[in-house]
Design a protein around this ligand. Sequence first.
Ligand SMILES: [Zn+2]
Length: 251
Amino acid sequence: MQIRQIRNATIVLNYGGLTFLIDPYLGAKGAYPPVTNTANQVNNPTADLPISVEDIIQADAVIVTHLHPDHFDAAAVKALPKDANMIAQSDEDAEAIRNAGFRNVQALDRVAQLHDVRLTRTRGKHGTGKIGKLMGNVSGVVLSHPDEKTLYIAGDTIWCDDVEEAIRIHRPEVIVVNGGAAQFLQGDPITMGKEDICRTYSAAPQATIIVSHMEAVNHCILSRRELTGFIEEKGLAAHIFVPADGETIIR
Ligand SMILES: [Zn+2]
């Protein structure tokens, strides 16, 4: 497989002969206001796209793990062809994407198989307590194929029993987690921080961990530099990768 980190949680994945676009967030740098009730009030996205939108949207299928605007934005709605093969986490999200004008939208649970690639929905928790509830439902996806390593894209989740279960059931050899330790002025992070990322590795020492969702939204306060330093300190640099925007990892 070939995984290209684009920006935030947007990745382009070549897997089992197909190209998947995950969580297209395609707005220009600074196009949107900062997330309310957060520190570091600068416009989003906080980084440029590393390649052109035209190059990003050439995909056989587009998977949207949830509908937060840093995963599926107005620019993506505008840029993606309306007959694109869209895969949502649920029937409810599929309906919302249809309402944005897309004609070919299915829920992940109902897709199951795309050519020889098997897709399985996983669950997650987008934070703890009241904030976690407010953030709503999120999903991840496990991809498998006879000639590929099993890949688990965890989505916007903190470390939790859902992630542990997905690792136990699917035994992924590659895991993409969303880092950044996104947070509001109150409460715990709503995406993984450095401890959560290392815990994920501990639960899946057979796997390569790839950290996405870094340095692109104003409330993601964990920097690549801080995370990389932590990973090196723990001696895990051979197992946990923090790609730059535009960087490709082959496994
Ligand atoms: Zn996010």
